[in-house]
Design a protein around this ligand. Structure first.
Ligand code: ATP
Length: 606
């Protein structure tokens, strides 16, 4: 997997880093040869004196050894710099893939699937908050070339100077030790994988302590001590099994590997000693053999530049693959690749849900089993119902974040699946309860309601005025150009109600730019009573001639709608105007009166 990712850094960099690592592998071997020649040349040079040829040989060998040493010192930072470049390029690429994969699904289902979402977060965390990233894994893989070239070189020196049996025993024991080392790391990283649920909980608690929104309640409810205790408890629950696994994975096997390494080292040194004692080795060969053996044995150790990063650096990419697999299980591609009809040329803008059945993926409880609902062309239909009745789900189906499992949704005469998805979505604008507060300027926050048309300052201003937002926008330091976040210079944050007016302006801007179905999901939940009443007084004017759906569980807010539909347990149970439904004396009348009474009681007691 790492080898497949590495070329993303560009072949010139891959080849360059490969060559640097190859040279860095050969240089220590050459250094051992050069210093052995220096040692071997010393006795003759001492005997021959300063002007002898032996002295010249000693000086030349010394200069060669010094040059090799300097070359190694020069190349090491080059390896680090090229590795860093590789890290940035590969990680940049993976980052982009995470973004595109997350956004590729046209359905919202993968983002509402907890396992898929966890995988996506893990993929992103594996780059942003991790010590080991995919780019580091690629650089670490190439760095192994230096280490193994070195091992092969030292083994060859032992083979040539002592015996090939000694060379093979040495290489074998180093490789066994390496295998144990990397195998341990592999098992250890698998233990990390198992600890992820606890890790997530730990991260959640850590973030909770740092989030300003949670800060208020943590202090007021006296939860600071509780949070610290809980945080420490979860930290221990998370790490205790990992620590236990680490002892199990590393301690016992390591005793075995160390014993093997020692036995081989003793064997090889005995072979060298015997060859040395029999006079078969010159001083140069003896120096060569001893240096090569020690250097080769050291190569059994842990490689900081490669081992952790190649074992753990790819967690982000595996998590991304997990997310992509989960996302592929949802019918995104089929949703996007639908018919060629153009909703913009439809004369009829009424919408009809016919015998719609729907359950969320993975849930066995249907939200709708047979829902018939009509949104009359150019009129406002309000859908009311208790929490969980399925109101927001209707908005998700109309915007095709999900498709019905059975039944169909008609726009004019066409099933909305007959329209290319992007064209259909341009016809629909929506404010969800959890609408997005973009950390952008006021103007951009409004203009993103119709991103397919160039931003039009006049239209933006008009939408803001109609949403009742103009007054506070004009008081902002940069007016429409004020960034809506205090994280930016000159930026401001807004109150919940002010944000809601910006969101209303966004949808009105979209309507101005041609959207023909407007969906307001609890658009006034953060407005004060007067602002809410004012909004609904003007609501019909604001949406005049456009088919609109107003979702609310507050009955008072929908009374002016052209038609009110009460849904309960996934069914339309009542339908009519406010007066008709009151006269009917059914659920609407009961719930309306109940809320009205509570409201009167509350306002009277204020
Ligand atoms: N992503 C989801 N996955 C699984 N079930 C969901 C999901 N979203 C909503 N549900 C369930 O579907 C049902 C309808 O939810 P929906 O949000 O449409 O209700 P609602 O009428 O808008 O409620 P509220 O007034 O509280 O906003 C609820 O039982 C809810 O738990």
């Amino acid at each position: 997997m790492i080898a497949r990712l590495t070329p993303q850094a560009g072949w010139p960099l891959v080849v360059g880093l490969l060559l640097v690592n190859l040279v860095l592998g050969l240089v220590p071997v050459a250094f051992v040869i050069a210093t052995s020649l220096v040692i071997g040349a010393v006795p003759d040079a001492v005997t021959g004196g300063r002007n002898s040829p032996a002295w010249d040989r000693l000086v030349v060998s010394f200069l060669v050894a010094s040059s090799i040493f300097v070359l190694q010192q020069v190349l090491a930072p080059v390896q680090v710099a090229l590795g860093e470049l590789m890290r940035r390029r590969v990680d940049g690429n993976v980052h982009e893939r995470i973004m595109t994969t997350a956004l590729a699904a046209v359905s919202i289902a993968p983002m509402e699937d907890q396992d898929a979402l966890d995988a996506l977060k893990e993929a992103s965390r594996g780059i942003d908050g991790s010590m080991e990233t995919p780019g580091m894994a690629c650089a670490g893989l190439l760095a192994l070339v230096a280490r193994y070239t070195r091992l092969a070189g030292f083994a060859a020196l032992v083979g040539v100077s002592v015996s090939w049996l000694a060379a093979s025993a040495l290489t074998g024991s180093v490789m066994v030790f390496r295998y144990g080392n990397r195998g341990g790391l592999r098992k250890y990283s698998a233990e990390w994988g198992k600890s992820l649920p606890n890790f997530r909980h730990y991260l959640y608690l850590r973030d909770l302590g740092l989030r300003p929104e949670a800060g208020k309640e943590l202090r007021i409810f006296g939860l600071v001590g509780w949070l610290v205790d809980r945080y420490e408890g979860v930290y221990r629950t998370w790490l205790a099994p990992v620590w236990r696994a680490r002892r199990r994975i590393y301690l016992v096997p390591y005793l075995g590997y160390t014993a093997l390494g020692l036995a081989v080292a003793v064997l090889v040194f005995v072979l060298v000693a015997r060859a040395g004692a029999s006079g078969a080795l010159s001083l140069t060969e003896l120096a060569l053999a001893l240096q090569a053996i020690v250097a080769a044995l050291l190569l059994a150790e842990y490689y900081p530049e490669s081992d952790d990063v190649t074992q753990l650096g790819m967690l982000s990419v595996s998590a991304l693959h997990r997310f992509a697999r989960a996302a592929a299980a949802y019918p995104s591609a089929e949703m996007a690749a639908t018919g060629a009809a153009d909703p913009a040329v439809e004369d009829q803008t009424g919408v009809r849900l016919e015998a719609v059945a729907f359950s969320y993926p993975g849930s066995h409880r249907p939200v709708f089993e047979h829902l018939d609902l009509e949104l009359e062309a150019g009129k406002c239909t309000a859908v009311v119902g208790v929490n969980g009745a399925g109101k927001t789900t209707i908005a998700k189906l109309l915007t095709r974040l999900y498709d019905p499992v059975e039944g169909r949704i008609l726009f004019g005469d066409h099933d909305i699946r007959d329209f290319p998805l992007d064209r259909w979505r341009r016809q629909v604008s929506v404010i969800f309860q959890d609408f997005v507060k973009f950390e952008l300027t006021v103007a951009e926050n409004i203009a993103l309601g119709a991103a397919h048309v160039p931003p039009d300052p006049e239209r933006i201003r008009r939408a803001a005025a109609r949403a009742g937002a103009l007054e506070f926008i004009e008081r902002l330091p940069g007016g429409f150009e004020t960034p809506l976040s205090r994280a930016y210079v000159g930026g401001r944050d807004l109150s919940g109600g002010q944000w809601q007016r910006i969101a209303i302006a966004r949808i009105l801007y979209a309507a101005d730019a041609g959207s023909r179905l407007l969906i307001f999901d609890e658009p006034t939940s953060a407005l004060d009573v007067r602002a809410e009443a004012a909004f609904f007084d003007s609501f019909l004017d604001l949406t005049k001639g456009v088919t609109s759906l107003l979702i609310s569980h507050r009955f008072s807010s929908v009374r002016r709608a052209d038609t009110i539909v009460v849904i309960e347990a996934g069914q339309v149970v009542e339908r009519g105007t406010h007066d008709e439904l009151l006269a009917e004396g059914g659920r609407y009348e009961r719930l309306f009166k109940l809320q009205a009474e509570r409201f009167t009681e509350r306002t009277e007691s204020w």
